[in-house]
Design a protein around this ligand. Structure first.
Ligand code: SF4
Ligand code: SF4
Length: 391
């Protein structure tokens, strides 16, 4: 029996589809140069893929055909040597679609396996985001702005070859840097990309994450109904009505919080979140009307509180709000819970407003996903390639 290697690539649907495909394909091609057969494939919990919703690609490689065949007899790997998270906010957990619950980013990692994340955050921040695991693992951070593209546009900022270069260092048995450079020469025909891969190979480092370290929260999960519990035919329950909210400070009740899907919360789709300055709100209702996911709770005092369990981070509320600085999209990685912003503001108005202004001051200059016009990404990609060469 030979050795089986499994790598999963966790990515944001659509925005990172080409990146994930490039990675899984190149892993298999590089291993193949060393006589190891392999296969790359994608998996999505539902079809078609949707904007930003976590999705997965896999590369499975073996030392011989029989071992690969045996490995591929499973629907997808149950454990992996490496998990690549191409967006750091995926470290908060992955919920691809209803009925999955929240899956920790490190769930499939073998003991001692590597979690490789593209991020500008410090390793300690990423460890705190990821759920605790009963076995130790290693964390490697590839210093980069998480790369986002569109369905038809690929932002070629060298994230693909940089991750591959790091992987050659972290998993030398899977493929060597030499094999990778041959694949880059054949597939991309770009000497600059070969240099980027080499730099990542030289610089990547890992930190040990001991068992039990990380986010202590128990990921939410759902019990699938047994076959004998299912109802006849196809029956989809209607949406329940919502109810009033209660002001924890004054005890006043009122407003309206709609009931929401308890089996699909959507917040793991988010890379940025709206932060609301309630002192600037003129109660125009536009955010409440335009949010595509009915995220806004109407508070007893008539304000609008974006519910962070339901928000997918699309940014529509920021775009429609007529008051400057009232709704601002900020970096999701800065937050560690989905608590109500309105309750935080009611509890400590000055502290909340200080947090709003400080978080806004630190927000990324560029939106993290989506391109609005052809070529928009090119200056950003050129700057990132340069930064990767001369950090
Ligand atoms: S970013 Fe705003 S509009 Fe978009 S889902 Fe969240 S609350 Fe709704
Ligand atoms: S769009 Fe802005 S001003 Fe209007 S209700 Fe929403 S937060 Fe308030």
């Amino acid at each position: 029996m030979g050795r089986l290697y499994a790598v999963e690539i966790v990515y944001r649907g659509i925005f990172q589809k080409t990146l994930a495909k490039n990675l899984s394909r190149a892993i298999v091609l590089a291993a193949h140069r060393e006589g190891k057969p392999g296969i790359s494939f994608g998996r999505y919990g539902d079809s078609p893929e949707r904007n930003g919703i976590p999705a997965k690609g896999f590369a499975v490689v073996a030392t011989d055909d029989l071992t690969l065949e045996e490995g591929m007899a499973k629907y997808e790997p149950k454990e992996v040597d490496v998990t690549i998270a191409v967006d750091d906010t995926l470290c908060k957990g992955v919920e691809s679609w209803a009925w999955y619950g929240l899956q920790p980013i490190n769930r499939l990692l073998k003991p001692g396996g590597v979690l490789l994340v593209t991020s500008l955050e410090a390793p300690a921040t990423l460890v705190a985001m990821a759920h605790r695991k009963e076995t130790p693992y290693r964390l490697a951070v590839l210093k980069a702005t998480p790369s986002f593209s569109g369905l038809w546009v690929y932002k070629d900022d060298h994230t693909d070859v940089r991750i591959l270069g790091a992987l050659a260092k972290l998993m030398p048995d899977l493929f060597s840097l030499v094999s990778l450079q041959e694949v880059i020469a054949e597939e991309w025909k770009d000497g600059l990309k070969a240099t980027s891969a080499l730099r990542a190979y030289e610089r990547i480092e890992t930190v040990e994450v001991p068992a039990g370290q990380g986010n202590p929260e128990k990921p939410y999960e759902f019990q699938l109904p047994k076959w004998h519990e299912m109802r006849d035919g196809v029956a989809i329950p209607g949406i329940a009505t919502g109810g009033a909210m209660r002001d924890p400070e004054s005890g006043q009740t009122g407003g309206y919080r709609p009931a929401r899907n308890p089996t699909f919360k959507k917040f793991t789709t988010r890379t940025m979140r709206p932060l609301i300055d309630f002192t600037k709100c003129i109660k125009c209702t536009l955010c409440w009307l335009q949010c595509p996911d009915s995220c806004f709770d109407v508070t007893p005092d008539g304000l609008y509180d974006a519910n962070m369990e339901a928000c997918c981070g699309c940014g529509v509320c920021e775009a429609v709000c007529p008051e400057a600085g009232c709704v601002t999209m900020v970096n999701e990685a800065e937050f560690h819970d989905n608590a109500s912003q309105w309750e935080a503001w009611r509890h400590d108005p000055d502290g909340y407003l200080k947090l709003v202004s400080e978080t806004i001051a630190r927000r990324p200059a560029d939106r993290s996903h989506g391109f609005r016009f052809r070529g928009q990404y090119q200056p950003q990609a050129a700057a990132e390639i340069e930064a990767a060469r001369h950090p």
